[in-house]
Each structure stands twice: as structure tokens, then as C-alpha cells.
Design a protein. Structure first.
Ligand code: CUA
Length: 383
């Protein structure tokens, strides 16, 4: 028996080696597929501003240093395994104490590397803590809600507060200071091309700043960057996205000046306006910044959790100037808006519109197609 199994061994070994090689190849391909990301979209490999650039530099140096260490250590290990492998007829190696010089080198080099990277990281932390002295930052309050983002510009609109949702506009080459809040659970603010993540915590203000530099952006302005909530915050967490549009200061100013200017609306949209007033204003504001008292009552309604209550919902005042709806999920087009009004839960499972709004009964919209037409007409007329 033994001789048979011995004579089979080389073929068996070869086939299992082949299997292992195939498995290794597949795993390597899977790894590359999983980590594969393009520079478009949510890439951390491209910095559009000073904060992201400092963080990317730190990451790159750390990563490449560790790649060098990895190949050095693994190279020496492989060399030793092959060069000093057991050969037939060789005597057992003599046991020796070790090598003091080598041990000192192997202690000192990693210590220098870790200390160096650690100290540099602390310097970068201080450097990205606040915008440069003497700069003129624009302040934005960002509040996270399940599952959308609210942006408030307390001083952008010439004394008029601006509140918008899911799309933040920022002037290029100017520091933007952010105060991050949450109304419900912990979320996280993340626009990889502008900065790393920072948690948005209920009852606690977190601060960060970002900036987009024109000399780092190849394309013509305005440029849209992608953001995403980066903290598991409930059923629609993965669908809690937002966008940041980088624009010239003059374009930003004209957007801010046009905010809440009433548009000229058609007859059809007038009907839509009535439908909106009768059904939607418990949760959405459409004619300027939300009234703080109303916001507070919406939040209270949400936190008490009764079935039909007001809840915080995106401010729609500048809806027509936005690119997307449903927290960056789909392009803002008539077709998509119609689909959203018909079946919000099918598009963004878990969102509170179909569950809480009076005009949805059992998840189904109670408006007829004419009313929806009018509502869409009105919504897309808004500025
Ligand atoms: Cu908000 Cu995840």
C-alpha cells in the first residue's frame, strides 16, 4: 500500500500545487477587484485641497515605507528559507546564541520609523486643525439626519440665512469651516477629495475645515465632488450621500442671492403649490430657511416616533438648482421625481416619507397623476 501511495505522490502534489496556484490567482484577482477604485467618484487617491493633500502625503509616505519594509523582511526571509534549507545528508545545524548587532539594528530601525511617522502625524494634526491665520473662511453648519444632510450658511446670503440639503456649494480657493451636528444617531461626514472623515454626533459639535484649490483641479468649474455618510446609521446608511459643488466665488454669490427669490410660476404649478401647501409643509420648507421653532417641532415629532408626525425633511427652497434628489441617489429629472413621488420606499428603503406623510396611505401615494404632474411642475420651478 505504502509503495503505491508513494509512487502516486508526485502527481498528487503537482495537481494540488496547481489547485493552490489557481486559488491564489483567483484570490489575488478578487483582492484587486475589491480594492479597485477609479479616481473619479469617491477616491482618496486624489486631493483637491490642502487638508486632503496633507493627509494623502502622510498616507503615501507611510504606505511606501511599509511596502519597502515588507519586501525587505520577506525577501530576507525567503532568501534564508531557500539558501539554508535542509539538504539530504546534512548534519543538524549547531545552535548559536544570536547576533547582537542584528538585534540592535532590528530594534532601532523600526523605532525610528514608528517615532518619525508618529511625530509627523502629530504635526499634520496641528496643521489641519484650523484654516490659515488671516484667511476669510466661509462657515457652514452641517446637520446629519436619518438619512440626508442639511447645510446651513449663516452668513452667505447678505444677512439672509440659507438652508439647503444634500448638495453643498463652496467657493473655490477659500477655506470652509464646518460645524458638524447630528439630530438623531451618529453619522460621519466624508468628502474624500477634500478631507478625511469626521463623526457627526448628537448633542456634540465637531469642527473641521476644507478647501478646494483651483490649481489642484484640472477641470473647468463648477466641479462636483462626491460625499457619503461613513458611519453605519441605520437602514438607509449606504444611501446617505451628498455632493459638493466647487464654484467660482461670483457664481456662489449669485446662487446665494437667488436663494428663496420666488420664481414666476405657471398655472399648472400654481395648482402644484396648493397641493404642496396642503400635504408637504409639515415636514418640508420650500420658501426660504426653515423656521427654528418649526425645525424643533419636526425633530420632536421624529424623536417621539408616532406613525404620522412631522419629521425633519430636506429644505426644498433651491431644489431646482440641484443635480440630484433623495440624498444624491438619482439625477433630478422629471421622470425620477415622478418615480420618487410614487414609491419613495422602493427607491430608498427606510426613508420616512412614505411611512410618515399623510399623503401616503400604506406606502402608496394618494395623489392622482394630474396632481402629481402639477406638483412636479411646481417643484421643478423652484429656485
Ligand atoms: Cu448616516 Cu450612515
Amino acid at each position: 500500500m505504502q509503495s503505491t501511495s508513494n509512487s502516486n505522490r508526485p502527481t498528487g502534489r503537482r495537481s494540488s500545487l496547481k489547485k493552490r496556484t489557481v486559488m491564489f490567482g483567483l484570490l489575488a484577482a478578487l483582492f484587486l477587484f475589491v480594492v479597485g477604485c477609479s479616481k473619479d467618484g469617491m477616491s482618496t487617491w486624489e486631493a483637491f485641497g490642502p487638508v486632503a493633500q496633507l493627509q494623502l502625503d502622510l498616507f503615501n509616505v507611510t504606505m511606501w515605507l511599509m511596502v519597502i519594509v515588507f519586501f525587505l523582511v520577506e525577501g530576507v526571509l525567503l532568501y534564508a528559507i531557500i539558501r539554508y534549507r535542509k539538504r539530504p545528508g546534512q548534519p543538524k545545524p549547531t545552535q548559536i546564541h544570536g547576533n547582537n548587532t542584528l538585534e540592535i539594528v532590528l530594534t532601532i530601525v523600526p523605532t525610528i520609523l514608528v517615532l518619525g511617522l508618529g511625530i509627523w502625524s502629530v504635526f499634520i494634526l496641528f496643521e489641519i486643525d484650523a484654516p490659515p491665520e488671516g484667511s476669510d473662511p466661509l462657515h457652514v453648519n452641517v446637520t446629519a439626519h436619518q438619512w440626508w444632510f442639511e447645510f446651513e450658511y449663516p452668513d452667505a446670503g447678505n444677512g439672509k440665512k440659507i438652508i439647503t440639503a444634500n448638495e453643498m456649494r463652496i467657493p473655490v480657493d477659500r477655506p470652509i469651516t464646518l460645524s458638524l451636528f447630528s439630530d438623531d444617531v451618529i453619522h460621519s461626514f466624508w468628502v474624500p477629495k477634500l478631507a478625511g472623515k469626521l463623526d457627526m454626533v448628537p448633542t456634540h459639535e465637531n469642527k473641521m475645515w476644507i478647501q478646494a484649490d483651483s490649481d489642484k483641479i484640472d477641470e473647468d468649474l463648477p466641479v462636483t465632488l462626491f460625499g457619503q455618510c461613513a458611519e453605519l446609521c441605520g437602514i438607509a446608511h449606504a444611501l446617505m450621500r451628498f455632493r459638493v459643488t466647487v464654484m467660482e466665488q461670483a457664481d456662489f454669490d449669485s446662487w446665494a442671492a437667488g436663494y428663496s427669490e420666488p420664481p414666476a410660476i405657471t398655472d399648472k404649478a400654481k395648482k402644484g403649490k396648493q397641493i404642496f401647501a396642503a400635504n408637504c409643509t409639515l415636514c418640508h420648507t420650500i420658501d426660504g430657511p426653515d423656521d427654528p421653532a418649526l425645525s424643533a417641532s419636526r425633530l420632536k415629532g421624529f424623536l417621539t416616533g408616532a406613525d404620522i408626525t412631522p419629521v425633519p425633511a430636506p429644505n426644498l427652497t433651491d431644489l431646482r438648482t440641484r443635480q440630484t434628489l433623495a440624498a444624491g441617489l438619482m439625477d433630478l429629472t422629471e421622470t425620477n421625481l415622478r418615480a420618487w413621488l410614487h414609491d419613495p420606499d422602493g427607491i430608498k428603503p427606510g426613508n420616512y416619507m412614505a411611512a410618515r406623510a399623510v399623503l401616503y396611505q400604506g406606502g402608496t401615494v394618494t395623489l392622482d397623476e394630474d396632481q402629481i404632474d402639477a406638483l412636479i411642475g411646481y417643484l421643478l420651478d423652484l429656485r
